[in-house]
Design a protein around this ligand. Structure first.
Ligand SMILES: [Cu+2]
Length: 465
C-alpha cells in the first residue's frame, strides 16, 4: 500500500511542480516557435506515458497484492496485448518524431533572401564577418590566418576585400530579416547558442556549419558557447543586439572592411612586388616552414639574401637571385646543412618567383622586423594570449583578479602574507602563476604562454591601468 501511495504522490508532485515550476524557457525572440512546439509535443506525450505507467503500477501493486488463495496464470503469449502495445507505442513515437522532421526540413532550408553573417569562434572569444556591398563572403582558409589576418580571408579574392570585420563580441542584427549564420572555429569545438533564438549549432574546426533564424524582437541577447572548450569556456560570451534596419546599417558601415584592415597592417615598407610576394608565400604555405625568426623547420629568411649558406656536402654558396630561384623550383638540388630535404616543389611562374624573392630580400634584409613578426603591444598581447578571458581592466572580478589599479597596490596572498605589486612580482605571477596565489582566487592561471619580451610589454601595459 505504501508503495502505491508513494507512486501516486510522485505523479501528483510532478504535475504540481510542472505548473508551479520556476524553470521556464526564456521568451522566444525568433521565428523558431515550431521548435518550442515540438518540445511541447514531446513533453506532453512523455508526460502522459509517465503518469499512465506510474498509476498503472500503483493500481497493480494494490490489485495484485500477495494473497495465499490466489495463483498467477502462466500466459506465454498474448497476441491482443502485444499488438495493442506495439500500435500504441508506435503512434506515440511517430507523434514525437514526425513534427521534428518537418521542423528539421525548415531548419536546413535557408530562405533565399536571407542575409549572411559569419561567426568565428576561438578560445575564448567571438568575432563576426559580414559580406559587404557585393553580398559575397570572401574565401577563407586556415592557411591565411595570421596576426594580420585573424579571419583567414584569402587576400587575393576580390570578394573578400569589402567584407566587414567585427573583432569584438558584440553583433548587431536587423529585426525581421532572416539571417544565415555561417560558423567556423579556429581551434577546438565551440557551439553558438542564443537561447532566445532557440537554434544552436556546433562549430567544428575545418568545417563550416550554419543555422538560420529571423530575429523577431528588439533587444540584447546573450551568446553562449555551449560546448566545453577549455578553462575559459564559461566566459566565452557575446551579445546579439537586434535593432531596426537603419540603425543596423549605420553600425555596419562604421565597421572596418578587410581592405582597411590589410592597409593598416601593410603599412610596413614593402614594394608592390614584395607585397604580392608576401601573399604568394602565404598562399603557397611557405610561411609555415619559413619566417623571419627561428622557425625550426626551414632556414630563416631573415638576412638570407647575400649571406653565405653551407650545404650538406660542406660546400658554400652565396645566396643570390639564381640560388633562391633554384631553391624554390628545385628544392632538392641544393640542401642546406642542418635541414631535412622536406621542402615540397611548387609551380610558380617567373613573376611569382620574382615577387617571392623580392619579399625575401626586402623583408629579410630590412633592419626592422615587421608584419607577422612585429612585436605586439601589451594591450594587443593580453587580448591575443587570452589573458582577458580571466582578467578585467575595469575593476570587475572575473576568474582572475582585475588589473585595474594593480601596479603599486598591495596584494594579500592566500598564505596570509602581503606583497607590494612590483615589476618582479608581476613577472613572477606571469611565469610562475602558482608561486604566489592571490587570496580568494583558485590556482587556475595557466602556465606561461608568453616570451620574456612579451611579458615585459604586458607589464608596461599593466602599469597604465
Ligand atoms: Cu567555446
Amino acid at each position: 500500500m505504501s508503495i502505491a501511495v508513494a507512486l501516486i504522490l510522485i505523479v501528483l508532485g510532478s504535475i504540481v511542480f510542472h505548473f508551479l515550476s520556476p524553470w521556464e524557457m526564456t521568451p522566444l525572440a525568433s521565428n523558431w516557435g515550431s521548435i518550442d512546439d515540438t518540445m511541447v509535443i514531446t513533453f506532453i506525450i512523455t508526460g502522459i506515458v509517465f503518469i499512465a505507467i506510474n498509476l498503472f503500477i500503483a493500481f497493480a501493486v494494490i490489485k495484485y497484492k500477495h494473497d495465499e488463495k490466489r495463483k498467477a496464470d502462466y500466459e506465454p503469449e498474448n497476441k491482443k496485448l502485444e499488438v495493442g502495445l506495439t500500435v500504441v507505442t508506435s503512434i506515440g513515437i511517430v507523434a514525437m518524431l514526425a513534427p521534428g522532421l518537418v521542423v528539421y526540413s525548415d531548419f536546413i532550408e535557408v530562405p533565399e533572401k536571407a542575409d549572411v553573417v559569419e561567426v568565428v569562434g576561438q578560445q575564448w572569444s567571438w568575432s563576426f564577418r559580414f559580406p559587404g556591398e557585393d553580398n559575397q563572403m570572401g574565401k577563407s582558409g586556415v592557411e591565411h590566418i595570421s596576426i594580420d589576418n585573424p579571419f583567414g580571408i584569402d587576400p587575393l579574392d576580390p570578394a573578400g576585400q569589402d567584407d566587414r570585420l567585427i573583432q569584438s563580441n558584440r553583433l548587431i542584427l536587423p529585426i525581421g530579416k532572416p539571417v544565415k549564420v555561417l560558423m567556423r572555429s579556429k581551434d577546438v569545438l565551440h557551439d553558438f547558442y542564443v537561447p532566445q533564438f532557440r537554434v544552436k549549432m556546433d562549430m567544428v574546426p575545418g568545417t563550416v556549419s550554419y543555422v538560420w533564424f529571423t530575429p523577431t524582437k528588439l533587444g540584447e541577447f546573450e551568446i553562449l558557447c555551449a560546448e566545453f572548450c577549455g578553462v575559459g569556456h564559461f566566459n566565452m560570451r557575446g551579445y546579439v543586439e537586434v535593432k531596426e534596419r537603419n540603425e543596423y546599417e549605420q553600425w555596419l558601415n562604421q565597421q572596418p572592411t578587410f581592405a582597411d584592415a590589410l592597409a593598416k597592417n601593410n603599412s610596413e615598407e614593402l614594394s608592390v612586388l614584395a607585397q604580392s610576394g608576401k601573399e604568394l608565400a602565404q598562399m603557397n604555405g611557405c610561411l609555415s616552414c619559413h619566417d623571419f625568426t627561428d622557425n625550426p623547420i626551414g632556414p630563416t629568411w631573415k638576412g638570407l639574401f647575400g649571406k653565405t649558406q653551407t650545404l650538406v656536402g660542406g660546400e658554400h654558396v652565396v645566396v643570390d637571385e639564381a640560388y633562391l630561384k633554384e631553391s624554390i623550383l628545385e628544392p632538392s638540388a641544393k640542401i642546406v646543412r642542418g635541414y631535412a630535404p622536406i621542402m615540397p616543389a611548387v609551380v610558380l611562374d617567373d613573376l611569382a618567383i620574382d615577387a617571392v624573392i623580392a619579399y625575401i630580400k626586402e623583408k629579410g634584409n630590412q633592419g626592422t622586423i615587421d608584419g607577422q613578426d612585429k612585436p605586439l603591444s601589451g594591450a594587443e598581447l593580453v587580448q591575443s594570449k587570452g589573458c582577458t578571458a580571466c582578467h578585467s581592466q575595469d575593476g570587475s572580478k572575473m576568474l582572475g583578479p582585475t588589473w585595474q589599479g594593480l601596479y603599486g597596490s598591495t596584494r594579500e596572498l592566500a598564505s596570509g602574507q602581503c606583497v607590494k605589486v612590483t615589476d618582479e612580482y608581476l613577472k613572477e605571477s606571469i611565469f610562475q602563476p602558482n608561486a604566489k596565489l592571490v587570496a580568494g582566487f583558485p590556482a587556475v592561471m595557466p602556465p606561461p604562454v608568453v616570451s620574456e619580451e612579451e611579458a615585459l610589454a604586458i607589464i608596461e601595459y599593466l602599469k597604465t591601468l
